[in-house]
Structure formats: C-alpha cells, structure tokens
Design a protein around this ligand. Structure first.
Ligand code: NAP
Length: 325
C-alpha cells in the first residue's frame, strides 16, 4: 500500500508518500481501506520527532480515519467486510489501509459523508472524555473553550451547546470568532485585543465560568484559575503556549477548584474502547440529528500531507483539514 512516511524528523517536506508493507490485522482488529484521514496538531509534533507513537501502534502519522472494512480478525464480532466506518487510531491514518482494534471503530453517522466522518473520532473522543466524563459539564453551566476555531474547539462548541451549556470562546481573529458564533458560541473573545479574564467576569456578573477546556497550558494557568466560578474545573489538553509557569494556589482552596489534564493517545485500547462506546451513545445521536456538524476547512489528497501540515501550522484554518485517499 501507499502511506505517508516521516522520512526524518523535521519540516513538513519530510512527509513523503511511499510504497510500504500492508498492515497485518490481529484477531481483535479490523482492516480499514481508508477513504479519508483528518490532520491533528499532534501529528505535526510527531513529524518533528516530539511525539512518538505508543508502542505497538503504526509508525505512520494519523490519529483518525474513515473508510470501508476490508478484512476482520477472527474475534471481531460487530463489524463485517464492506461496513462504512470511522475510527480512533494510535497512528497510521495517513495510509491506504490501517489495522484498528474493533472497540475503536464507529459507524459513519447517518447524514455524514464517508470522507467527513474522518473529522469526528479524535475530537469527539477528546472532548467527551475530558469536559464531559471527567469535568462533568452539565446543562446550564458555562464553558470557556480556548482556541474556539480549532478542530477541537469547533466540535466542543457544538456538543456543549447541544447539552445545554453556555459557551464562551477565545480566538485570534474576528473571522474565527464569527465562525465560532455561527456554531453556537455565545461570547467570543479576541485574546489578541482583549483580556479574557475581565471579559469572562463581565459576562458572568463577576462569577466566572464553570469549566474551561484549555490547549495553551503554562501562560494561561493563573488566568484560567482567576476566571473560574466556585467549584470550577479546568481541563488542560495541550501546551501550545508551554508547560512552565508560576502560580498562586490560593484560589484552588478558596473557590474549591479542580485542575485536570489528560492525553487520549497513550490510553490503553480497553480505555479507548470505553470512551468510543460512550461517544457513540452520547455524541452520535447529536450528529445524526444534525445538531453537531463536521466543520471541514479543506480537503487535500493524501500525497499533499506536507501542504496540509503547513496549513495547520499557519493556524489560518477553522475546523478540520482532511486528507482524501
Ligand atoms: N490531550 C488530548 O488528548 C488532545 C487530543 C486532541 C487535541 N489536543 C490538543 O488540542 C489542541 C487543539 O488541537 P487541534 O488538532 O484541534 O488543533 P488546531 O486545529 O491546529 O488548532 C489549534 C489552534 O490553537 C490556536 N493557537 C493558540 N496558540 C497557538 C500557538 N502558539 N501556535 C499556533 N496556534 C495557536 C490557533 O488558533 P488562534 O489563531 O485562535 O490562536 C489554532 O487554530 C492542541 O493543543 C492539541 O495538541 C489534545
């Protein structure tokens, strides 16, 4: 088969389409003939040599894909050859074929094209497993999403609104904020021209938000604590601003705050299967009802993975970038 190979750690040009061995499936895996794979920020880190795949996962990049089941292992119960599916994977999506444990496979949601289905597994599993399963965001609460126009952000806005939360976002341009509002965000904060803590306080009568989904890390840590309501929960999923900071801990005690962080990729396959199962129960109905839509900025052919990475690193995009196979 053909796959995108990271020829050496470095700039996007190190991503090259090569002829490689087909993957072999284990007894509990399905072989997916890939139709599309979505790009994630983590893939750019893997390309630079900063985020190696977990042991046992494919060395090729790609954390999610959609396609058609081409073969099934002998212990696979749910899936059969010809099923149209999408999947959460530890790696290997940027390829014509990928082997995936059956618990990480989802049906293509009705009403969504096979290609667009590739935009959901990583964002849905990340957002559901963090702010819903661990931070217990609930109806009537207020959520602040940093990077509202990101792949993660555009999904988080829609699903949080679907479950009755008020959604605030930060983003780096008015165009991005307008897109977030179209998706259901109530308050958009341009972090380049406005202090998000003051704006959050002003919009919540001084109380603050209940939950924050943060991809910035160190530089936002203190400010995130400063704009949480009593009982507020901060969930960190990325460190785009860095990992180091100094913090005054007193707010944690006085306002009974919770700080959590988690990565999806390094979880066990059993744990991923649990999350995927919850996502199918709780998120797939919202997609099927048309309340959560794929937000795709651009489709590029698999051979243009380098262009796709350049686009993501430029941060011009709103939503997901998809490679078609
Ligand atoms: N923990 C997990 O399991 C998990 C899973 C998936 C994703 N993530 C993390 O979630 C974040 C979003 O992922 P994604 O794939 O949705 O990414 P993405 O679409 O590329 O979005 C990232 C956004 O972050 C904003 N940004 C803020 N600071 C930035 C900086 N220093 N350089 C570049 N952009 C910056 C940009 O928007 P503005 O122009 O508005 O600043 C950009 O659009 C990433 O940090 C990723 O690693 C974590």
């Amino acid at each position: 088969m053909k796959a995108i190979v990271i020829t050496s750690p470095g700039a996007p040009e190190v991503l090259q389409l090569k002829e490689v061995e087909d993957p072999e499936i284990k007894d509990d895996q399905v072989l997916i003939k890939v139709a599309a794979a979505a790009i994630n920020r983590a893939d750019t880190l893997q390309r630079q040599g900063k985020y190696p795949p977990p042991k046992g996962d494919s060395e090729y990049p790609g954390l999610e894909c959609s396609g058609t089941v081409e073969a099934v292992g002998k212990d696979v119960k749910r899936w059969k050859i010809g099923d149209e599916v999408c999947a959460l994977i530890g790696g290997g999506g940027y390829a014509e074929k990928v082997a995936v444990p059956e618990g990480q496979v989802l049906p293509v949601p009705p009403g969504v094209s096979l290609q667009d289905a590739a935009s959901f597994p990583e964002v849905a599993c990340t957002v559901w497993s963090t702010i819903f399963m661990m931070s217990h965001l609930s109806s009537g609460e207020t959520l602040l999403v940093h990077g509202g126009s990101s792949g993660i952000g555009t999904f988080a806005i829609q699903i949080a609104k679907y479950y009755g939360a008020r959604v605030f976002v930060t983003a780096g341009s008015e165009e991005k904020l307008a897109a977030c509002k179209d998706l259901g965000a109530e308050v958009g904060i341009n972090y380049k021209s406005e202090d998000f803590v003051s704006r959050v306080k002003a919009e919540t009568g001084g109380k603050g938000v209940d939950v924050i989904l943060d991809n910035i890390g160190g530089p936002y840590f203190q400010r995130n604590l400063d704009c949480l309501n009593i009982g507020g929960r901060l969930f960190i999923i990325g460190f785009m601003g860095g990992t180091q900071t100094q913090v005054n801990l007193s707010a944690l005690l006085a306002r009974r705050l919770t700080v959590q962080a988690a990565g999806l990729r390094s979880r066990t396959k059993e744990n991923k299967a649990e999350i995927v199962s919850e996502v199918e129960k709780k998120v797939w109905p919202a997609i099927t009802a048309g309340k959560v839509k794929p937000v795709v900025y651009k489709y590029l052919p698999l051979g243009e993975a380098a262009e796709a990475h350049k686009l993501m690193e430029s941060s011009q995009h709103i939503g997901k970038i998809i490679l078609t196979v």
